[in-house]
Design a protein around this ligand. Structure first.
Ligand code: ARG
Length: 579
């Protein structure tokens, strides 16, 4: 079944076509009372045709074939075409959605093979808020893409290779393997890295050892690789812990770190060279992709091989692009990486395109995001001024949620209460991240993200709990109400509003994938939860006088619970049964 929005858009397109073929109807949900959708396209079209918007709008209204779909289609004097859906049509669509396991979201027509490059922390370095954002946003995109029917490959492009590893391995040797592994796996990565750095900066002897160690690592010396593995494994243990706390989809099998690409780098250089793209610049081997210049207007180089023969971050990313589109034959690569790396990624994409590594019709897309700020509106820091440890942040969120849950619902037994606190605490952090337009910075604010009011995880989770509580209180099995066979009747205005909102789920999911913007799903869930709350407070369900009305309202409750639950799931947020 085509989505509601699509059906109306298609009919209106036909009507606009009679005025000017191909004119965009600009269909939007309407906030006017009594109006469900409005088409604003007449205004621009009138300007083009040199006539009045009202004139165009009335032609559209005359041509629109919306019988059985709309109860009213009218032209406003300003040129808006206002559409009011037919109650019976609306009711049938809600019944269909209630009985549809996909809740009205059609599987993608041309499924894509997509790789999502996300999380991507660095070995022996603290994960920072940027990695947290990447993990949360990337996971949501993976879930939403999969739900929409695309095939998804997750890649955790961890930083596990390169010159700093000479220094890190020497520090490991100095510290003793056991001690080092302990520090790294409990998440004291910053201290480890800082000490290694300090030792390196202070001692020429350490610098010399580190240099020799890099050579050994590059040449595949067995003992050096073993020590490198100790560093990597200890860090992975820490990443696993963070991933588990966050409930990410990522597993060890998704790790395709920088080291994976190391053997492919010489061939990247060879291929760029034979394509005539390599330029020697001060001893380094570079590509100058067209269109990238510095502030002085000079062409910017992408350094592929440094003057000391070492390969950098860019070479690895070029190898990754080659593998993703070439070897793996994927269609789309999403890079969920902070905004500061925009130029690096755009340059890599441009070079790969020049080299012919991104076949026509395939796309590499940077999905950037802003920073997480503390209450002082500066980059998030702990009280001591050090960068915040992610596990601590997550643990604190759960602890704060536990206090709130204990106060709101003291009747929950301790085990259930702890589970709810975890879902609320972790959900709140994720939701706060996902609900802001990702390109913007956001302030990490416990009170706001854990509030039961506003566009927050607890608010949406709680709305779902209220839907479910009706069935529990009435001792009613919800299954028949999710079958699509119980008739829906829309009497009250707020029932109608709830029906329209429920049907907005498919466009909201499409919106996420349109612009890689999870906040569009959050805004939708927030709106739905709000409409449901008004319905819940004004329309008796179990006490409805007429049995058919009671049954119809139970369908609305069951469907709202399903949509809120599925929506939260796509965000990567768990939904408690009670709270
Ligand atoms: N490890 C990098 C960092 O911490 C992020 C990697 C992003 N992915 C990529 N393919 N470059 O900044």
């Amino acid at each position: 079944m085509p989505g509601l929005h699509d059906t109306i858009a298609q009919r209106l397109q036909q009507a606009f076509d009679t005025v000017e073929p191909g004119a965009d109807p600009v269909l939007r949900p309407s906030t006017r009372p009594g109006v469900d959708f409005q088409a604003n396209g007449a205004i621009a079209l009138a300007r083009r045709l040199g006539t009045t918007p009202a004139e165009v709008a009335s032609k559209v209204v005359a041509a629109a074939q919306l019988e059985g779909i709309c109860a009213a289609v009218t032209a406003a004097p300003q040129g808006f075409v206002n559409l009011t859906l037919d109650d019976a049509f609306l009711a049938r669509r809600v019944e269909e959605q209630a009985g549809d396991g996909r809740l009205g979201v059609r599987p993608a027509g041309g499924p894509l093979r997509v790789v999502v490059d996300y999380a991507s922390p660095n070995v022996a370095k603290e994960m920072h808020a940027g990695h947290l954002r990447s993990a949360i946003i990337g996971d949501c995109l993976c879930r939403t893409l999969a739900f929409a029917g695309h095939s998804v490959r997750r890649e955790n492009h961890i930083g596990d290779w390169g010159t700093p590893f000479g220094m890190l391995i020497e520090h490991l040797v100095d510290l003793g393997e056991e001690q080092a592994a302990h520090e790294l796996s409990v998440g004291d990565l910053d201290a480890f890295y800082r000490q290694a750095r300090a030792g390196f900066d202070a001692s020429p002897e350490m610098q010399e050892r580190s240099r020799r160690r890099v050579v050994l690592l590059q040449s595949g010396d067995a003992e050096t690789l073993r020590l490198w593995r100790v560093l990597v494994d200890a860090s992975l243990a820490y990443f696993d812990e963070v991933n588990a706390k966050l409930g990410l989809l990522l597993t060890r099998a998704d790790i395709v770190g920088e080291s994976h690409f190391n053997p492919l780098l010489p061939d990247v250089v060879r291929a760029l060279d034979s394509a005539g793209l390599l330029v020697d610049s001060e001893g380094a081997r570079c590509v100058f992709p067209p269109g990238f210049t510095n502030r002085e207007g000079e062409p910017l180089p992408l350094i592929v091989q440094k003057s000391d023969e070492g390969y950098g971050y860019a070479a690895t990313d070029l190898a990754a692009l080659r593998e993703r589109f070439g070897t793996l034959g994927l269609d789309l690569a999403l890079y969920v990486v902070g905004a500061p790396q925009a130029q690096h990624l755009e340059m890599c994409f441009a070079v790969a395109a020049e080299a012919g590594w991104i076949p026509p019709g395939k796309r590499a897309v940077h999905v950037p995001f802003g920073s997480v700020l503390g209450a002082d509106r500066k980059m998030l820091r702990s009280r001591s001024g050090a960068s915040v440890k992610l596990v601590d942040l997550l643990d604190e969120s759960v602890a704060r949620a536990a206090a709130i849950v204990a106060e709101k619902n003291p009747s929950l037994d301790p085990a259930e209460s702890a589970g709810v606190a975890r879902m609320v605490g972790i959900g709140a952090v994720k939701y706060a991240d996902l609900s802001t337009d990702r390109v913007r910075d956001y302030v990490f604010d416990w009170d706001r993200m854990l509030s039961f009011d506003g566009n927050t995880a607890p608010y949406v989770q709680y709305a779902r709990v209220r839907c479910l509580s009706i069935f529990r209180r009435g001792e009613i099995d919800p299954a028949p109400y999710a079958s699509g066979r119980v008739p829906v009747v829309l009497g009250e205005g707020v029932e109608r509003a709830l029906a329209v909102s429920l049907l907005g789920f498919a466009p909201a999911v499409a919106g996420v994938l349109d612009t890689w913007s999870p906040h569009r799903l959050c805004s939708y869930l927030f709106e739905l939860a709000g409409v449901f709350t008004t319905f819940f407070e004004t329309c008796p369900v179990l006490k409805a006088a007429i049995p058919a009305v009671r049954d119809s309202r139970l369908v609305l409750c069951a469907l709202t619970a399903a949509v809120l639950g599925r929506g939260l799931d796509l965000l990567g947020i768990e939904a408690p049964e009670r709270m």
